[in-house]
Design a protein around this ligand. Structure first.
Ligand code: PLP
Length: 746
């Protein structure tokens, strides 16, 4: 579903949001909202009460139960237990089987079946529940993951070999990351064989609902869980189907609701909403949902757009084995973080297929189980829509994806697809001299130093991603960039004259340009700005590792580098901003100003505004923007700011003040990768400044503001929560008239 956000009266929405992350959660559909509202306003009773209001509520609940039973092919609606969602259903199922095994163990002192198997690509809740409950109950089961093939399909032979000893098998119907449909029919046949009888089967049906038809009783499964929010009902409602011949031990006891299987007053609004959605599923002719055929046609549109925009895109799974609503892919040369940022800026919400811990991307366990190459597992994107989407949502999505693709292309981020001529002209015109950080898609950090269009250096300590980086450089018109590889340097001593390398005892490297090469640059080229480039006697320092800096600080240093220079660089660790040019104080030692600036920066010791809070909330933004001479720095990368213009966003969100020129918001674009150069200029020439840094979530801007604050004279702030907070939807639903019946007698 697309929705215009932050619409103020008489204004166009800032941007249309196209939500393509339906496997994570979905919006609550108006019909579900209406049902929930009816349950809250009209049938608000407690289903356990015996008066008429309670009976009405019970009737609401029971019709939802009937709809649920029909949707999943239950034999009887009594097999449906409403609960909070799939995670709870998983716990209840695993717990029930293990308690059953424990009883057997206590009675006979042994287990007839002692294995618990689960698919290697299951949702994390499944293995977590098995391990947790086996440990809590101290039951000696052997827990094993069923391997999968390159498409994520379960190895049936592995299951067959272990079937005789199996007490519980947990498999999913459809995978949440890839959309792969598991061969439930084949698993059913296995379990109906002689060796399979006696093994309980849990099916995670969460991602199957609304996408493939499912008949649990026919399959002969024992348990299956579902979550309302994955199919346009609200969060906090789900149900567990338990076959009549499966053991069940309640985990929550009390008032005996849900026939004693799950106590606690029922979530009636949630059940009513989910029931209405399930009713739509049961009535496909007049449903709010798209048909399977329409879903396939939507998928085809997305596939065509994506492959056109990203020629190096690779599908991580064969689409023939997937539901039509999930696409999982990686793009060679572009990291999932960059792609997600570009999509997000263009209004398309997708999900990265990998988890991020402490800034390092770890590949998705699903893609790793499928033995995908590391770079694909780490850089996967999952795009998922749902049956409640419309064809026009998908058309909008395709247009926004094209925009994101164009923005990436204009920033030379798409390998093998050079920027268009007009984009390139623009790019070379604004070629940023000085140092910037350049990352490869696999995360290798490199530093690009541009002296002028003809003289540039790329410093890298890794050669794995060099082809990709060379493409990016060529696209920027920097085809002749000298590549200095820190690791290779000592062997080849391929350094240009004037450059020097230092190696620490642990083998890591630093690279210096102790005296200027600026003076060697051809004067017929674009003249270098004095503040931009290193002056004679300056040092350029690239540090691959914090440890290296520490070692060097503690050791004896060559003459051309001072403790202070190292310290200044060290002060910048461990941020992403490791490459700096610093005025070497061996030359500038006579200038106490330069020395104190450096020392202050290095030791976080700037004095002027140490006490003012660095983070500014969106409520304080208006006041902040009215500060004199404030510059708003957009620290997002160029491919993000290209599709979502910070000045326009601020203009719309912050009420205009008197229309005076001096009240105009002064927005500058400075991607975080260019911050080193920005800081350098200020280290060379301190100035009084007020800067408010803004990014998408407030993380990058805080990093930038913290560094800038260390510059003397720089009063820097970061917008807390970033654009995400600023663009928080402010629309409020119109109040509904209070229904007559609410006041009247029943
Ligand atoms: N199983 C699958 C396949 C899922 O995709 C999810 C949610 O992402 C769950 C289980 C857990 O669902 P919930 O968080 O609604 O309990």
């Amino acid at each position: 579903m697309s929705n215009g956000q932050n619409m103020k009266s008489n204004q166009q929405p800032l941007q249309t949001t196209i939500y393509l992350d339906c496997n994570a959660t979905t919006h609550t559909h108006p019909v579900a909202l209406q049902a929930a509202r009816e349950a809250m306003e009209l049938c608000f009773g407690n289903p356990s009460s015996t008066h008429l209001t309670g009976l009405h509520a019970k009737s609401f609940l029971e019709s939802a139960r009937v709809a649920a039973a029909q949707a999943v092919g239950a034999n009887d609606s009594e097999e449906i237990i409403f609960n909070s969602g799939a995670t709870e259903g998983i716990q209840s199922s695993v717990f029930s089987v293990l308690v059953h095994l424990l009883d057997e163990f206590r009675e006979s002192g042994r287990l007839k079946r002692w294995r618990v198997l689960y698919g290697a690509t299951e949702h994390k809740a499944v293995p977590a529940a098995i391990h947790h409950w086996a440990e809590v109950l101290r039951i000696p089961v052997e827990i094993e993951a069923i391997p999968v093939d390159k498409n994520g399909l379960l190895a049936l032979d592995f299951m067959e070999e272990r079937l005789k000893e199996c007490a519980l098998i947990c498999t999913m119907a459809v995978n949440n990351e890839t959309g792969v449909i598991q061969p439930l029919e084949k698993i059913s046949q296995l379990l109906k064989s002689q060796d399979g009888l006696g093994c309980f089967w849990f099916v995670d049906g969460v991602q199957a609902l609304g996408k493939i038809s499912i008949n649990l009783s026919q399959l002969g499964a024992h348990y299956s869980c579902f979550s309302g929010h994955k199919l346009n009902a609200p969060k906090g409602i789900g149900f567990l189907w338990v076959s009549q011949n499966a053991p069940y031990t309640p985990m929550i006891v009390g008032g005996g609701q849900e026939r004693g299987k799950r106590s606690g007053t029922e979530n009636l609004p949630g059940a009513a909403a989910f029931g209405r959605i399930l009713g739509e599923l049961n009535n496909p002719q007049q449903s709010i949902f798209l048909s399977h055929q329409m879903l396939e046609s939507c998928r085809q549109k997305l596939i065509s757009t994506l492959t056109k925009c990203f020629p190096t895109l690779i599908w991580n799974v064969d689409i023939e084995v997937c539901v039509p609503t999930t696409l999982n892919f990686s793009v060679e040369g572009i990291s999932s973080r960059e792609l997600m940022n570009a999509f997000d800026a263009a209004g398309v919400r997708v999900s990265g297929g990998s988890a991020c811990s402490s800034g390092k991307s770890t590949g998705s366990h699903v893609l790793i189980a499928m033995k995908l190459p590391k770079w694909r597992a780490e850089n996967a994107i999952r795009l998922s829509f749902g049956p409640a989407n419309t064809e026009s949502d998908i058309d909008l999505a395709c247009r926004a994806i094209q925009q994101a693709g164009e923005a990436l292309r204009a920033s030379c981020m798409i390998p093998n697809l050079p920027a268009r001529a007009e984009q390139l002209a623009e790019l070379t015109q604004h070629l940023d001299t000085g140092v910037s950080e350049l990352r490869s898609s696999e995360g290798t950090r490199t530093w690009l130093m541009i002296c002028d269009p003809k003289t540039s250096f790329l410093v890298s300590d890794c050669d794995r991603a060099l082809t990709e980086l060379k493409n990016k450089l060529a696209c920027r018109g920097l085809a002749h960039t000298q590549i200095l590889q820190l690791d290779a340097l000592s062997q080849h001593s391929a350094l240009p004259p004037e450059w020097r390398q230092l190696k620490s005892a642990s083998g890591t490297s630093l690279l210096f340009l102790p005296s200027a090469h600026a003076s060697q640059s051809p004067t017929d080229q674009k003249p270098m700005q004095s503040a931009d480039m290193p002056k004679k006697g300056s040092a350029i320092l690239f540090s691959p590792e914090r440890q290296c800096l520490e070692e060097l600080l503690n050791g004896s240093l060559p003459q051309f580098i001072t403790n202070r220079t190292l310290l200044a660089c060290f002060a910048c660790e461990p941020t992403a901003l490791t490459a700096y040019e610093f005025i070497d104080s061996t030359v500038h030692h006579q200038s106490s100003v330069a020395s104190s600036v450096l020392t202050g920066f290095a030791t976080h010791n700037s004095t002027s505004h140490i006490n003012s809070r660095i983070e500014c909330t969106k409520e304080e933004l208006s006041k902040k923007l009215s500060l004199e001479n404030l510059v708003v720095l957009d620290v997002r990368e160029a491919f993000e700011s290209a599709t979502s213009h910070l000045d326009e966003i601020l203009e719309q969100i912050i009420p205009r003040r008197a229309g005076k020129d001096e009240n105009q918001i002064n927005v500058k674009i400075l991607p975080l990768s260019r911050l080193p150069q920005f800081i350098l200029e200020r280290l060379n020439q301190p100035r009084e400044e007020r800067i408010l840094c803004v990014c998408r979530s407030g993380q990058r801007s805080l990093q930038a503001a913290e560094l800038l604050r260390r510059l003397p004279g720089c009063e820097s702030f970061s917008l807390k929560g970033g654009l995400a907070d600023l663009l928080l939807p402010t629309l409020s639903l119109p109040p509904r008239s209070v229904p007559q019946r609410f006041h009247g007698k029943e």
